[in-house]
Write a protein that binds this ligand. Structure first.
Ligand code: F6R
Length: 590
């Protein structure tokens, strides 16, 4: 998703902006641009990669940069940011929802637009409001905008000054040897900023006179504490080259170990009353994080007897809001910046519910908004496809489900102490990779794959399907094994591939029935189970033995060969696993 960076430096800022844009690449984008204010204001912007900008250079200490993920208007040089209007250059992340009416109004007043973007409207509004006071002009312009924004703005006649503002899109400010910065996220300031501070919704940031100032929405000065960013969020390279996704799968045991360490230090007492008293619990998230919320719902209901209503965050927001006072919302988000998840959490808070966040980024907007925050220790996740963060989310949510039971009944579930074994089980799951290689080799030309499971295995099936869909561009569907004959079986014909996850002894026979239905229509079956006898007795063509664990914990481990299989399918099919088509890492617009 779009990324913004701004820099004011005593030296030339082009290099710092370029490097910052390279670090923003992981968020996903389709064009990039830089504006530098030296003797004059110069703008370079191009469709395609940040590397395209290396053909340009401009001298000057003040500048802004942008990676664009197209929403309004196709990816093109003209639609790329920065946008210029009068003396102003502006970069924007977010969506100006009322841009059409603003544009019409401005056109009636004689303004001419070059791009199809909503963002150019903001540049025009700032330019019209600018009378030498950049901060006041940005505030005046943004008072007209509806929707979400993080903007960074410079003015041709104000070298050494930069103004930024935030509403529902992430923005941090940072100080480092190379200069003073504003940026969309902390990882993108890795190596550039030694200290950072987070802007909140409605706040403004002004860099001027070699200092960073924060203001509230009335432009009253705000005190801010700068802190050192989590070191592990700043590791942005893969040792020895290769793909981030592969490296991040390899990091799962370490990430689980670090997350468990953090969980053991977390004091859950502040939310004990809510956990004890919660009559109903809601869980919301998007994409992969939603699949971890599904696991939580199953485990918490089963263990603590508390109904958990689980929705994708985007759906939750627009349903009649059932949630209310005394109830609990669990919001799960790796980035802590996903617009739908944030809005769902805001809605729950506004209705008097208690919000627990599970996130990888302790300084994210979600963490700031939540009443209680569980921070996982996955470390920076750069590949767009979530892998290690999913395993860590599951670990956090197991822990939370265990606390739910503990505060109600002063006991932990049977599997609680086996959480200590997750890390070594994850390591053992790596021994399935050779089989996953062979499976990917056999299925690389598949046009579609069904992933089947029952109970908790259904969550794993859904996550396995999402992974292969997003990075290998193969249609895949995660489906309840028992539902196959109610419709989807119609597509199964000679060679049609079906992957089944079957880690529950009680449900194994039921899942096997589904495989028999597939086999008798000529389909190809691959089976993953932790039970040797389940594999032995199966009619599947391909069998993979998973490491053994208490069944409740299996989702955190059985997904690992599926994550790796998706990666391998992607490589076999010639795609880049770190930058899947059309997708962004941090989805900061609705
Ligand atoms: C899939 C993936 C996405 C994210 C989703 C939520 O591999 O990465 O589905 O899980 O966009 O992102 P977060 O967890 O940052 O809220």
């Amino acid at each position: 998703m779009c990324g913004i960076i701004g820099c004011v430096s005593e030296k030339d800022c082009y290099g710092a902006l370029y490097d910052g844009l390279k670090r923003l690449e992981y968020r996903g984008y389709d064009s990039a641009g830089i504006a530098v204010l030296g003797e004059k204001l110069e703008i370079f912007k191009k469709k395609g990669g940040v590397a395209n900008l290396s053909a340009f250079y401009a001298r000057g200490g003040t500048g802004i940069g942008h990676t664009r993920w197209a929403t309004h208007g196709a990816p093109s040089d003209t639609n790329a940011h920065p946008h210029r209007a009068g003396k102003i250059a502006l970069v924007h992340n977010g969506i100006v929802e009322n841009y059409a009416s603003l544009k019409e109004e401005l056109e009636e007043e004689g303004e001419r637009f070059r791009s199809e973007t909503d963002s150019e409207v903001l540049a025009k509004l700032v330019a019209r409001a600018y009378r030498g006071d950049l901060l006041a002009a940005v505030r005046e312009a943004l008072s007209r905008a509806e929707g979400s924004y993080a903007v960074a703005v410079i003015a041709e006649d104000r070298p050494g000054e930069l103004v930024a503002a935030k509403y529902k899109s992430p923005l941090v400010a940072g100080k480092g040897a190379a200069g003073l910065f504003v940026c969309s996220d902390v990882p993108a300031l890795a190596g550039a900023a030694d200290y950072i501070a987070q802007a909140e919704d409605g706040e403004f940031v002004r860099i001027a006179g070699g200092e960073i100032f924060f203001y509230d929405k009335e432009l009253r000065p705000l005190p801010k504490t700068f802190f050192r960013p989590q070191r592990e969020l700043c590791a942005l390279s893969v040792a020895g080259g290769g793909y981030f996704m592969r490296a991040e799968i390899g990091e799962i045991p370490r990430a689980l170990r670090d997350t468990l360490g953090l969980l053991k230090q977390t004091d859950f007492a502040p939310c004990a009353r809510v956990l004890r008293g919660a009559k109903r619990v809601f869980a919301v998230a998007c994409g992969t994080a939603y699949h971890s919320a599904l696991v939580f719902a199953d485990v918490a209901e089963r263990e603590a007897g508390v109904p958990v209503i689980c929705h994708t965050a985007g759906e939750f927001r627009y349903r009649p809001p059932l949630i209310g006072e005394g109830e609990l919302l669990i919001a799960v988000s790796q980035s802590g910046e996903t617009a739908d998840t944030l809005e769902a959490a805001r809605l729950a808070k506004a209705r008097g519910a208690y919000v627990v966040a599970v996130t990888n980024i302790g300084c994210s907007s979600l963490a700031a908004l939540a009443d209680f925050c569980i921070v996982m220790g996955a470390g920076a996740e750069i590949a767009v496809a979530a892998t290690k963060s999913y395993n860590c989310q599951l670990l956090c949510l197991y822990y939370l489900a265990a606390q739910l039971l503990f505060f109600k009944e002063q006991r932990y579930p049977d599997w609680f102490y086996a959480l200590d074994d997750l890390c070594s089980a994850a390591e053992r799951a790596f021994s399935c990779f050779a089989e996953a290689d062979a499976l990917a080799d056999g299925l690389k030309s598949a046009r579609a794959i069904y992933y089947l499971g029952r109970g908790l295995d259904l969550c794993t099936a859904k996550e396995g399907a999402l992974k292969v869909k997003e990075i290998a561009c193969v249609f895949a569907e995660g489906y309840p094994a028992g539902e196959l004959k109610h419709g989807s079986l119609a597509l199964v014909e000679e060679g049609f591939p079906v992957v089944c996850v079957s880690t529950s002894r009680a449900l194994a026979k039921k899942s096997e029935n589904a495989l028999a239905e597939v086999k008798s229509r000529g389909g190809f079956c691959a089976l993953f189970s932790q039970y040797g006898d389940v594999l032995e007795d199966s009619c599947a063509d391909f069998k993979c033995l998973l490491p053994a664990l208490p069944e409740a914990l299996m989702p955190a481990v059985s997904v690992i060969p599926l994550q790796y299989f998706a990666y391998k399918m992607c490589i076999e099919r010639g795609f880049d696993p770190d930058k899947p088509r059309n997708l962004a890492k941090s989805v900061t617009v609705e």
